[in-house]
Design a protein around this ligand. Structure first.
Ligand SMILES: *Cc1c(COP(=O)(O)O)cnc(C)c1O
Length: 448
């Protein structure tokens, strides 16, 4: 075991050391070589050291180097050293995070990480939380709590009676709602066609003056950080209006909620703490390994009512049982990595990580504007949208950059404009990465 783990550690370290000098996307030969994995499953056991070597030699080159400093696609985030190291050690522990009895250490570290984050975001001290895979499941969990609470208020226990015949819940979303909220609502039985959509402005912010009159049970879904522009819905105004009508406000803050960690960016999220539930990724901007996210619910009893189940063989102790707040029973003890991130960064380190990404996004935007290209969004956070003239040219710039491989960007269509997306979400990105990538963009744009 010792030899095997040393081998794994040195292969992992070599992989990371090589990243600054390698292409961000894998080359086509490396992807073609994945065919080596396509063998008939053999009868005999295979030496673990050989398994690891095959994985490293064939798998490693076919990775996307998203943990490096020049990956700007989607909103992915890197991986902090303390988190990777904690992930390796916790892998050896192989804890099941479901119950305190299964892992006292996982339960305690989750409780500590949860408390630190509640303080950091300024949420009410007895806010509850669940540790889930991603913002999609965090949205699902927050909305499940909402569904449970609103129907309970109508005298309907959705856990026992289900949705058929239940009082109707109106669900209101902004026009630029994230796909994961639609997916969560769809899985919860709300149905895409039943949603009430409110127009958004040019930055993707829900326009509160166009909110319909709300009566009866209702959920209003807002976002803190639009996936394309980084813009925030005006939470204070929306929460005030929704709460007047007794509605539940759910915030998709997958990456944007982290603005609250950086004093200079926090005003963007003004009012989000007034909401009733919040979804937030840790694997994005906190730079924790995948998969890792949290759902927060103002009244933890609503989340618990939606999630907790009992069975005679399951041992419950005093205090917080983690699986009472998540869709899963058995799961990875993913809070360990969140704790490691917060412990290693400290408040100032986290503030600097968030703020630096925002400054680097502005650096991209300034460079692009100076070269005469149109930046489509107000660069308030870590997201930049750039239009190189027309849709075909913009797509060609993205194609050229992905083929060259020095850096990586994806595309989008933002309110009818084809654009290249730039997301700065990694601790590993520095000014030199941005400047080198900017040169690559300008070269590709000139050639296109
Ligand atoms: C990424 C993202 C999600 C979905 O998160 P996953 O971690 O992929 O499940 C939801 N909302 C927003 C705004 C996002 O950026």
């Amino acid at each position: 075991m010792q030899e095997l783990l040393n081998d794994a550690a040195s292969r992992a370290a070599r992989y990371l050391n090589d990243i600054p000098g390698r292409r961000v996307p894998p080359c086509s030969e490396a992807v073609a070589d994945l065919a080596r994995f396509d063998i008939p499953w053999q009868d005999e056991p295979h030496d673990p050291a050989r398994v690891l070597a095959e994985l490293d030699e064939t798998g490693g080159p076919a990775t996307l180097a998203s943990t490096g400093g020049r990956f700007f696609g989607f909103v992915v985030g890197g991986c902090l050293p303390a988190c990777l190291a904690a992930n390796v050690l916790a892998g050896a522990w192989d804890q099941n995070g479901a119950y305190q009895v299964l892992s006292p250490v996982a339960a305690r570290l989750e409780a500590v990480a949860m408390r630190w984050l509640i303080e950091l975001f300024g949420l009410p001290p007895d806010t509850g939380a669940g540790f889930v895979t991603g913002a999609t499941l965090a949205n699902f969990s927050g909305l499940a709590a909402a569904r449970h609470a609103l129907l309970a208020r109508e005298g309907w226990d959705v856990g026992s009676k289900g949705l058929f015949g239940a009082p109707e819940i109106t669900v209101i979303v902004g026009d630029e709602v994230h796909a994961s909220v639609l997916k969560a609502l769809n899985m919860l039985g709300f149905g895409r066609e039943r949603l009430v959509r409110v127009p958004a402005d040019g930055q993707g912010r829900l326009r509160p003056e166009l909110l319909p009159a709300i009566s009866g049970p209702a959920i209003v879904c807002i976002q803190a950080g639009n996936v394309n522009t980084g813009a925030f819905d005006p939470a204070a105004e929306i929460c005030a209006r929704a709460h007047q009508a007794g509605a539940w406000v759910h915030v998709d803050g997958a990456f944007g909620l982290w603005a609250l960690a950086a004093p200079k960016r926090a005003p963007l999220a003004a009012g989000v703490v007034e909401a009733d539930s919040w979804a937030m990724d840790a694997h994005k901007w906190l730079n924790v390994p995948h998969d890792n996210a949290l759902v927060f619910v103002r009244n933890p009893e609503h989340l618990r009512a939606a999630m907790a189940e009992k069975a005679a063989y399951l041992i419950e102790q005093e205090g917080r049982e983690p699986c009472h707040y998540t869709p899963e029973f058995s799961r990875r003890a993913r809070g360990i990595e969140i704790w490691a991130a917060l412990r290693s960064l400290g408040k100032s380190g986290l503030a600097e990580q968030i703020d630096r990404c925002c400054r680097l996004a502005v650096r991209f935007a300034d460079g692009l504007r100076k070269a005469g290209y149109a930046v489509l969004n107000e660069v308030v956070l870590n997201q930049v949208l750039v239009d190189f003239g027309d849709a075909e040219k913009t797509r060609e710039v993205i194609r050229r950059l992905q083929a060259e491989g020095l850096c990586w960007f994806g595309g989008t269509v933002w309110q009818q404009h084809t654009a290249m997306r730039i997301s700065v979400s990694s601790h590993a990105t520095c000014e030199a990465d941005v400047d080198e990538s900017l040169q690559a963009i300008l070269r590709a744009a000139a050639e296109a």
